[in-house]
Design a binder for this molecule. Structure first.
Ligand code: LHQ
Length: 257
């Protein structure tokens, strides 16, 4: 259900149920969460890419799987055991996570697409807050991620009508940072990820932590949090390398930290 490959410090995790557009079952969600946790402590990995095999990114919860459950499904328990730890792991990971959206991202798959530190879309990517088509509410973080890019009213509209967002519109709306041609998508994502992997990763991990904090805090609290995290950045060998390289008029070598 999950393919894993590391190349030049970039770990690519591919959701692999292509015949169902990578709709998620428990096994897929658990495997993905475990692989992300393992990546955090793996010195060979500096950046993680999450993408989909085949023509889809992720069609959300496998609806066949939901229907197969005995009796009435306990959605709250299900979310607490599967999607919540997954999204928390992505947002808390001390390494950058790129969501590389190769095709349709629907339902909880849309939430997953939005959860990356950087979101790279193929021109074939689409995002659909599809939940209302089956009279559910957006979960796995969509109610948190989407209004932060488009505002609550536009988010509500996208959710109410399960409107399909194209790659061009996703870029305008701030749902992704780059759009690449479908033919070169995998190579473009790898090249982007390798560029990110060459950046100072301790500083980026602290930047991620600061952004996570600031998204739910007051300005005063964010300013104070920055001052604490800046100390951690400044005490790291990476910072000394950056300053030394500047003085010596050469490119810093952050890859060794
Ligand atoms: C699928 C799925 C799918 C199984 C396509 N499952 N097979 C929910 C419940 C409980 C608690 C936790 O939280 C959640 C969160 C959620 O994610 S709810 C939302 C669940 N997802 C959906 O409702 C999406 C359903 N799928 C679609 O609307 C369409 O398939 C999209 C718009 C994603 C893609 O449309 P098309 O490109 O036209 O592809 P398709 O519909 O022909 O799908 C291709 C195949 O994939 C097809 O199988 P088949 O055997 O006919 O070729 C679909 O049945 C299968 N598939 N999504 N979620």
């Amino acid at each position: 259900v999950l393919l894993s490959e590391t190349k030049n410090a970039v770990l690519t995790l591919s959701l692999n149920r292509p015949e169902r557009l990578n709709a998620a079952n428990d096994e897929l969600l658990f495997s993905l969460t475990e692989a992300l946790k393992a990546a955090e402590t793996d010195p060979a990995v500096r950046v993680v890419v999450i993408t989909g095999a085949g023509r889809g990114f992720c069609a959300g919860q496998d609806l066949g799987d939901v229907q197969n459950r005995e009796g009435s499904t306990n959605f709250t328990e299900h979310l607490r055991h599967t999607y919540i730890p997954l999204i928390q792991t992505i947002r808390g990971l001390k390494k950058p996570v790129i969501t590389a959206v190769n095709g349709v991202a629907a339902g909880a798959g849309a939430s997953l697409a939005l959860s990356g530190d950087v979101r790279l879309w193929s021109e074939n990517a689409t995002l659909i807050e599809v939940f209302s088509n089956i009279a559910l509410i957006p979960d796995a973080g969509s109610t948190w991620f989407l209004p932060r890019s488009v505002g609550a009213a536009r988010a509500f509209e996208l959710m109410a009508f399960a409107e399909k967002v194209s790659a061009a519109d996703g870029l305008k709306m701030g749902l992704c940072e780059q759009v690449y041609s479908a033919e070169t998508f995998a190579d473009d994502v790898q090249a982007y990820a390798e560029r990110l992997a060459a950046r100072p990763l301790n500083a980026l991990a602290l930047t991620k932590q600061a952004l996570n904090f600031a998204l739910s805090s007051s300005l005063d609290a964010a300013l104070d949090n920055e001052s604490v995290l800046q100390q951690l950045a400044g005490d790291h060998a990476e910072h000394k390398e950056g300053v030394r390289a500047f003085a010596e008029k050469r490119k810093p070598d952050f890859g060794k930290f």
